[in-house]
Design a protein around this ligand. Structure first.
Ligand code: RP5
Length: 167
């Protein structure tokens, strides 16, 4: 599924359709920031050839950052980083059995030499992966930089100082 007709610069990949409820938060944020992206199901275990093909061709297709979400034995982000030199942002999806602790540790404990930038478990991680991708792209894209600045300003302005003691 392609988000729009522009060349995707962010690849959002996930191990299963069941990860979409988390990963769609990254997609929504990228849309808000005007960043073209693509989405694909790529499973390290169930579709290893698709993983290899995706990671090997991503840079040549114009992808600049990969957001990879997976749960449980979450090897997708690490294997993707093993194959491509593109920045890989790992999102630990909250698993049923261990609440995402398994996903987090599977993603974060990479050996020196093959980095995965690992985000928080679940929706916060998916959102922050999109914002991190935007920060990377903003270094060389003034439009993304302006969108990101506006987003952050709005976020700050939406935090009221007074405590609602009736809540
Ligand atoms: C992982 O296994 C996926 O990333 C997903 O989070 C988890 C469960 O997958 P399903 O059994 O729901 O397809 O590979």
């Amino acid at each position: 599924m392609d988000a729009n007709e522009k060349q995707a610069v962010v690849g959002i990949i996930m191990g299963s359709q069941s990860d979409w409820s988390t990963m769609k938060e990254a997609a929504t944020l990228l849309e808000q920031l005007g960043i073209p992206y693509e989405t694909k199901i790529v499973s390290a275990h169930r579709t290893p050839k698709r993983l290899y093909e995706y990671a090997e061709t991503a840079a040549d297709r114009g992808i600049k950052v990969i957001i990879a979400g997976a749960g449980g034995a979450a090897h997708l982000p690490g294997m993707t980083a093993a194959i491509t030199q593109l920045p890989v942002l790992g999102v630990p999806v909250q698993s049923k059995a261990l609440s995402g602790q398994d996903s987090l540790l599977s993603i974060v404990q990479m050996p020196a030499g093959v980095p995965v930038m690992t985000l928080a478990i679940g929706v916060a991680g998916a959102k922050n992966a999109a914002l991190s991708a935007a920060s990377i792209l903003a270094l060389s894209d003034e439009s993304v930089s302006a969108h990101l600045k506006t987003y952050r300003q709005a976020q700050t302005e939406n935090v009221v100082e007074a405590v609602n003691t009736e809540a």
